[in-house]
Design a protein. Structure first.
Length: 479
């Protein structure tokens, strides 16, 4: 069991203002994983005050020094990858293959941020015909509140922390109540890396304190990853105060399967695109549109794939799907499985019935489920379920497939499967979504990431993501 009794406020381990704690139990068997302090409004005040004091000196710190500190952090973080992965699996039920892959991939992502920062256009000088100069420079946006979810916590944290720090901003990381332990471990690494006082704070808090944080007058920028409903609330609060805001929100991503695609190849790709991390991914491809002439084959291939997934203890290496993070979300996913049947869909694999394995009786386990005979107006095809569930919908023409894919409140991810990759690119250009995968190809680490429509505002990764943490200043200089 892992126990923390202090918060990391302004770069220092600090006694919390209250004795309230989070008690974290495994979604696999309800065993106690650990405890961590629950931040209060008074703790937020202390962290913001420290960040305000650090803003001017950290913003003036030479880029070379900020790069050095982030490089040091990256070395320390990489050295503890296995420990972090094991802890996250215990906290939120993510299977060990997924947490291990994520944590071992993060050092490469941080290295990409370092490269981006070295090449970023921090300042340029424009000269007019009369010889007058205008200096255009990137200034830190200010104190950043980074609010992250529980489903892939270190990935969500670093995509905010690293570019914000490189741009010269102090950052307050607010972790989810479900995963405070790995957040405190992350704080240990920042403490060892040696960032100046006030530059980094890490704490977990409930909803009321989180709302206090994002409305705090000492916070200049909010970078949030989470549900679309929470994003709407944050956007409205930020708008009242003219705070800068970045929102990476939910999704109901569509994968289009053309008639020339091989159904078994598609099923193998969808295996990860939909069911990775127990289906608890905003980018999950949960609406599968299949050409009608191959529809039955696609449904069969997807059903066989889903039925073949190993569901069980997330700590075991052969487990592909672990438990849902907590009981209310587990019950919510089951309610959608029952709703799908009520709406007239057919269960081709899975369903709401409990797993037969008695060793999993205490966990929040859901059978990977494939719904067939679905129409795009059903709730199971329109609402984000956030679990191991997908729907398969037929289409007759590519124009119809594009129209159906775009007929969604969301626009975060998506894909197409076809024997003609270049034709897939043409189709991708017609789909209103932030990221699109042709035949399951991975997105380049420096490519922008973010959503259209209700899937968010702003972008992460690469130069687009770094630019989210600066303000642009123009200084006109006369002769």
């Amino acid at each position: 069991m892992r126990t923390y009794d202090q918060l990391f406020l302004g770069g220092r381990w600090t006694e919390p203002a209250t004795t309230d704690t989070f008690e974290i139990r495994s979604p696999h068997d309800r065993a106690l994983v650990g405890t961590a302090p629950k931040a209060s409004k008074a703790d937020v005040d202390r962290a913001v005050a420290a960040a305000r004091r650090a803003l001017e000196p950290w913003g003036r710190t030479p880029l070379a020094e900020r790069l050095r500190l982030v490089e040091r952090f990256n070395e320390l973080h990489a050295a503890r990858a296995d420990e972090i992965a094991e802890l996250i699996t215990a906290e939120n039920g993510s299977p060990s293959w997924f947490t291990g892959w994520t944590q071992h991939n993060l050092p490469e992502r941080t290295a990409a941020w370092l490269k981006t920062a070295r090449e970023f256009g921090w300042e340029e000088t424009l000269t007019d015909e009369a010889g007058n100069r205008t200096i255009v420079r990137a200034a830190p946006v200010g104190v950043v509140a980074a609010v992250i979810p529980w489903n892939s916590p270190h990935s969500a944290a670093l995509v905010k922390l690293i570019p914000a720090l490189l741009a010269g901003n102090p950052v307050l990381l607010k972790a989810a109540p479900e995963t405070p332990l790995d957040a405190m471990l992350l704080a240990e690494i920042f403490a060892e890396a040696g960032f100046p006082e006030g530059v980094v704070s890490v704490f977990a808090a409930d909803r009321d304190v989180s709302e206090y944080l994002v409305t705090h007058p000492g916070v200049d920028k909010i970078s949030f990853t989470g549900s679309t409903a929470a994003g709407r609330r944050i956007a409205s609060l930020a708008g009242e105060q003219f705070k800068r805001v970045g929102l990476e929100l939910g999704g109901k991503s569509a994968a289009i399967v053309l008639a020339d695609a091989d159904p078994k190849t598609v099923a193998e790709g969808i295996r990860t695109a939909t069911f990775a991390n127990n289906g608890e991914m905003c980018v999950a491809h949960t609406r599968i549109f299949a050409a009608r002439e191959r529809y039955a084959e696609v449904v069969t291939a997807l059903a066989e794939m889903a039925d073949g997934l190993v569901v069980g203890d997330p700590a075991k290496p052969d487990t592909f799907v672990g438990p849902i993070v907590r009981q209310d979300q587990y019950e919510r996913v089951l309610s959608y499985l029952r709703l799908g049947v009520e709406e007239g869909a057919r269960i081709a694999a899975g369903g709401a019935e409990p797993l037969a394995n008695p060793e999993l009786a205490d966990g929040f386990y859901v059978r990977p489920t494939v719904f067939a005979d679905v129409t795009n107006d059903m709730r199971i095809a329109r609402e984000e379920i956030f679990g191991p569930v997908l729907v398969v919908i037929p289409f007759d023409t590519e124009e119809e497939a594009i129209r159906l894919a775009n007929d969604s409140d969301y626009g975060l991810s998506g894909g197409v499967w076809t024997a003609d990759a270049e034709h897939g690119v043409e189709l991708a250009r017609a789909v209103r979504t932030g990221t699109f995968h042709v035949n399951g190809a991975p997105r380049h680490g420096n490519a922008s990431f973010g959503g259209f429509k209700a899937s968010g505002v702003g972008r992460e990764y690469g130069s687009h993501g770094l630019a989210e943490f600066v303000e642009w200043q123009a200084i006109a200089v006369g002769r």
